[in-house]
Design a protein around this ligand. Structure first.
Ligand code: PGA
Length: 251
């Protein structure tokens, strides 16, 4: 039985006070929720503040990005050891904004994934097609390539510590959510890819989140689908009420 996950990606939003207030609110309001795993990805400067607020609560937290080297002359980058040091247990790898705006290719994401696993940071590996790729019928090929190249050399055992997030680029921040049929179709395709390339067990156990314009009024239609194990949420994770509703509706 795969445990559902609701994860909030705060992107480059909030300042220290509002970030702390939101994290405290989440920890307090959801302290009794056991059926759903709760995670947040605050902006990096505020991660260190999360330790105090979230320690001893079921809310996990992590960074939105990291570098694959342990240390060195990499101005502006954050190492996996630093993230561990400040209590992170998770990291987003390959969010479409990193792929698109910061030109992160699959080969780089593969190195980041491997390093995250080495440091016992559980990666949420994000994949997704653009509208153009969907409309031209290339969507399954695109997803397959992202999986193949991003996960190259990652063992079945390591996959026990990986979460996949399918986020169609055209649905992120647009208000256009994938229909339940579109989402389920792709999730089933992804699960099947794991079945073919790893094993039945991996396919059954790996958690595949949907992301892209999730709101309290559409979460139930998505989370009830066979192959959707939760949501990676941007906009609706920035407000305490909508985030807590998403978690409650996912139970
Ligand atoms: P959104 O973002 O919920 O605002 O569409 C999702 C994401 O980028 O993870």
């Amino acid at each position: 039985m795969r445990k559902k996950i609701i994860a909030g990606n705060w992107k480059m939003h909030l300042l220290a006070d509002s970030a702390l207030e939101l994290a405290r609110g989440i920890a307090e309001d959801l302290k009794d929720v056991q059926e759903v795993e709760i995670a947040i990805f605050p902006p990096s400067p505020y991660l260190i503040l999360m330790k105090e607020v979230l320690n001893g609560t079921p809310v996990k937290y992590g960074a939105q990005n990291m570098y694959f080297e342990e240390k060195g002359a990499f101005t502006g980058e954050i190492s996996p050891g630093m993230l561990k040091d400040i209590g992170c247990s998770l990291v987003l790898i390959g969010h479409s904004e990193r792929r698109k705006i910061f030109n992160e290719p699959d080969s780089l994401l593969n190195r980041k994934l491997k390093t995250a696993l080495e440091f016992q940071l559980l990666p949420y590996f994000c994949i997704g097609e653009t509208l153009e790729e969907r409309e031209s019928g290339k969507l399954f090929k695109v997803i397959e390539t992202q999986l193949k190249e991003g996960l190259a050399g990652i063992s079945e055992k390591q996959l026990e510590s990986v979460v996949v997030a399918y986020e169609p680029v055209w649905a992120i921040g647009t208000g256009v959510v994938a229909t339940p049929e579109q989402a389920q179709e792709m999730h089933a395709f992804i699960r099947d890819w794991f079945r073919k390339n790893y094993s039945e067990k991996t396919a059954e156990n790996i958690r595949i989140l949907y992301g892209g314009s999730i709101k309290p009024d559409n979460i139930q239609g998505l989370i009830s689908l066979k192959d959707i194990d939760g949501g990676l949420v941007g906009g609706a994770s920035l407000k305490l009420e909508s985030f807590t509703q998403l978690v409650r509706y996912s139970r």
